[in-house]
Design a protein. Structure first.
Length: 192
């Protein structure tokens, strides 16, 4: 009994230390919860409808004031350039603004991605997105294939940075399950 318990504790600690999962990942839904988001011009779009339009849809939560998000804009722009040719669509989700006060330029000047407004954070809550840079990869069926960090860096992206989101997109496009399928997002707390 003690041996089994010890092995379970060691295994759980290894997963947490590797940054591949968090306690919040356990028991999360595998299917995208439909939500309605608005564009800068007031158009209302459904997340499940968007997901059905492409082989993969990537949603990344942003925060204008977050240095972690700002540090990743170039990497996000590169992802869209690289995988957009394969039909992958990319969206930034702003859960910190109310639609009536939305003044941000769309598409985002730093990434070129369209910005969707998540009024009052309903979509963010549904997918447990608590931090800027939290990312989702969604299949046309609505299955969430990946959730978590863009990469292993907070602000200083280096050659040693593990590119979680890029690797997950590559795996999903190849018909494989992304490994890891869940990581801990590193960024500023979203205020919704």
């Amino acid at each position: 009994m003690n041996r089994v318990r010890s092995l379970a504790i060691v295994a759980w600690a290894a997963v947490l230390l590797a940054g591949e999962a968090s306690a919040n990942d356990i028991g999360q839904a595998e299917t995208l919860a439909p939500a309605t988001l608005s564009t800068a011009d007031g158009q209302m779009l459904s997340t499940d409808g968007l997901a059905r339009q492409a082989p993969l849809s990537v949603f990344v939560f942003l925060s204008d004031s977050c240095p972690c998000f700002a540090a990743h804009r170039a990497a996000l722009r590169e992802l869209a350039s690289r995988f957009g040719r394969a039909g992958v669509q990319f969206f930034l989700v702003d859960a910190e603004r109310h639609p009536k006060g939305f003044q941000q330029e769309s598409p985002d000047p730093g990434t070129g991605w369209p910005i969707l407004v998540d009024a009052r954070g309903a979509f963010a809550r549904a997918v447990n997105a608590g931090f800027a840079t939290f990312s989702l990869i969604v299949a046309p069926s609505g299955s969430i294939l990946y959730r978590g960090a863009i990469d292993s860096a907070r602000k200083d992206v280096t050659p040693a940075t593990r590119p979680f989101l890029r690797a997950a997109i590559e795996a999903a496009l190849a018909g494989k399950v992304p490994v890891p399928a869940s990581t801990k997002a590193l960024g500023c707390v979203l205020r919704f």
